[in-house]
Every structure is written in structure tokens, then in C-alpha cells.
Design a protein around this ligand. Structure first.
Ligand code: TRP
Ligand code: SF4
Length: 332
């Protein structure tokens, strides 16, 4: 007997196009997105309007950044035959749903989102005291529920936005009838990657290794990296768990080799130079097919826009069906 297989669950996630992606983005998110494309019905959005909420003074740069994100995505193996890769602002239904959701979202819910006040404080050089910036999580909720997503793979910093999405969904469904499922955050254990200065790898710290960096650039970034400060001399033993370089080993070096290196570090059997050599070797092994795919796509930039446009069409189809249901529920 053949039971009909359960329909695949839907995944949605998004990236703000504000610059190229780095190894931390890969380990923290993209690596999982690539796996999910074989397991779920996946929608991955380049969220241009979210980028605009903080970068409206650089609006003209957002299109180029979007292109870079698409190249990064394709180069790490996101496959347009397996998942929908699209541009948020090309699916106008997101804006309509954002408007409708905003009608039922009480202001205090937005004001108490922890990222809101933090960002206002952190990005003081930008004028973020805007209506659009306060509504950022409502737009995010629209992104998620317009595809009726079950799972939202995001880092911990975004968990509050998914929680708010659930609250908005409950309120909307109570008023207009059950239309949207409540999405769940998919928190994956994320090995935190350190950047070249030992702090968390981040574009804004200027300490990132980018997916598009060349082998030479990466070598120049990794070789001078700070290590466990106990290893003043080659003969001083160290502790890999206190070493920023070892966060890269944890992400890119096979477990048995990692264990060997950790022992070597603790017994001063291996020097930091050689240890960095090992991580570079494995990084390059991972990056070679990534660079190869990038090279092929960069020869045909028009292909990138075609892939995104095909994704926009697929996304629109789903988003339009949902909006038809929503307007119906409103009696419009
Ligand atoms: N706010 C997310 C971030 O900064 C980006 C984003 C926008 C998103 N819409 C989304 C993430 C929908 C997941 C689902 O990373
Ligand atoms: Fe870090 Fe490796 Fe040096 Fe140990 S040997 S301190 S893990 S770089």
C-alpha cells in the first residue's frame, strides 16, 4: 500500500542586501539553507525593503548588493531547481499584506521588540526614528506568512521577530478567521565564528572573511589572526577552546583532525603557524567548488537576473493566492 506522503513543510528566510556574505553567514545560515532545499519547500528572499529601512540614504546601492547576495547564494550551492530564490520588492503583495497586518498590530508590541531600541541606539549615525523602521518586524511577518511558512530558520537575534509574527497571526486569525499557520523559529546550533580580530565575525566590525575573497586575501587575513594568548612561545601549551582560530577549525575541519589539532595545541605539539595552515587547507577545499561556481556565474551576469526573475514569478504565484484568500476574509 502506498500512503500519500505528507506534503513538505514550508521554510522561509531572508537576507538584507547590505553587502557581500561572509563565512559567518555561511556557517550560521546558508549551510543549513542548502540542506533544507532537499527536505522542505523553501523560499529564500533578498529583502530589499528591509535593507531600505536602514539604508534609505543609499537606496541606489541596494540593487547591486542584491546581485552580490544572489551570486553568493548560487556559489554555495543554493539551487533554483530546488528552492525559490527571489527579491522581496518584486513581489508587491508583501507590501499589501504588510499594510493589512499593520492595522491589527498594537504599537506597544513593536515598541517592546528588543532589537528595536538596541538598533536605534547602535545606529545613531542613521536617522531610524521612522515609521518604516518601527514596522520592520511587521514587514518580516508579512514575508513569512504570505507563504504560510511552517519554519523560519534564523539566528537567535531574530527569534523575537518570529515570536511577534506568531502574535500577529493569532490576532489576525481571531479577527478574520483561520488563514495563517503560526510559524516556528528553527534555531540550529550555530557555531559562532570569530573574525580576524577575535570578536564575532561581522561585516560592521571589518573582521570578516568573505565568500568572494581570493585564496591570497584569505591567507593574509588568517595568518596574522590572534590565537590563545597563553601561547607566547612555540613551547607554551594552549587551549583551543579559548582560541578564535579554532572556531574556524570547528566549522571547517573534520572532527578527527580537529581532535588531533586540539591535542597538539594543549601539548605544544603543533605551532600556531602550522595550525593555521591546516585550517586554510580545509577552508580552500570547501571554497574551491564555491569559487568555481562563482566564476561560471560571473561570466554570465544576465543569468543571475533570470534566475531571480523566475523565482519572483514562483513567489508571486503563491503570494497572490494567499492575498486572494485574505481579501476574501476581509470581505473586500
Ligand atoms: N530581519 C532579518 C534579518 O535581519 C531579515 C528578514 C526579513 C527575514 N524578512 C525575513 C528573516 C523573514 C527571516 C524571515 O536577518
Ligand atoms: Fe589556536 Fe591552533 Fe594556536 Fe592552538 S595551535 S592557539 S588552536 S592557532
Amino acid at each position: 500500500m502506498n500512503a500519500t506522503p505528507a506534503p513538505r513543510k514550508t521554510v522561509l528566510s531572508g537576507v538584507r542586501p547590505t553587502g557581500p556574505l561572509h563565512l559567518g553567514n555561511y556557517v550560521g545560515a546558508l549551510r543549513n539553507w542548502v540542506k533544507f532545499q532537499d527536505l522542505y519547500r523553501c523560499f529564500y528572499a533578498i529583502v530589499t525593503w528591509h535593507a531600505l529601512s536602514s539604508e534609505y540614504m543609499n537606496a541606489k546601492a541596494i540593487k547591486g548588493w542584491s546581485f552580490e547576495i544572489a551570486v553568493d547564494w548560487l556559489s554555495v550551492g543554493l539551487d533554483p531547481d530546488k528552492c525559490v530564490l527571489f527579491v522581496q520588492s518584486e513581489v508587491k503583495e508583501h507590501a499589501e499584506l504588510h499594510l493589512l497586518l499593520s492595522m491589527v498590530t498594537p504599537l506597544p508590541w513593536l515598541e517592546r521588540v528588543p532589537t528595536y531600541k538596541e538598533q536605534l541606539k547602535e545606529l545613531q549615525e542613521k536617522e531610524l526614528n521612522t515609521y518604516g523602521f518601527l514596522g520592520y518586524p511587521v514587514l518580516q511577518a508579512a514575508d513569512i506568512v504570505i507563504y504560510k511558512a511552517d519554519y523560519v530558520p534564523v539566528g537567535e537575534d531574530q527569534a523575537a521577530h518570529v515570536e511577534l509574527t506568531r502574535e500577529i497571526v493569532r490576532r489576525f486569525n481571531r479577527i478574520f478567521g483561520p488563514i495563517f499557520p503560526e510559524p516556528q523559529t528553527m534555531l540550529t546550533e550555530i557555531p559562532r565564528l570569530a573574525g580576524t580580530d577575535g570578536r564575532k565575525m561581522s561585516k560592521s566590525y571589518g573582521n570578516a572573511v568573505y565568500l568572494k575573497d581570493s585564496a591570497e586575501t584569505i591567507r593574509q587575513k588568517i595568518m596574522p589572526m590572534v590565537t590563545d594568548t597563553r601561547r607566547v612561545r612555540r613551547s607554551d601549551p594552549g587551549e583551543p577552546d579559548d582560541c578564535p582560530v579554532f572556531t574556524l577549525h570547528k566549522a571547517f575541519v573534520p572532527k578527527d583532525k580537529q581532535d588531533e589539532i586540539a591535542r597538539g595545541c594543549r601539548t605544544a605539539g603543533i605551532g600556531c603557524r602550522d595550525c593555521k595552515g591546516v585550517v586554510l587547507e580545509h577552508l580552500f577545499r570547501f571554497l574551491e567548488p564555491v569559487w568555481e561556481r562563482r566564476r561560471r556565474f560571473e561570466e554570465h551576469p544576465e543569468k543571475i537576473w533570470e534566475i531571480l526573475e523566475a523565482g519572483n514569478v514562483q513567489a508571486r504565484r503563491v503570494a497572490q493566492a494567499t492575498m486572494a484568500e485574505v481579501r476574501d476574509a476581509l470581505g473586500f
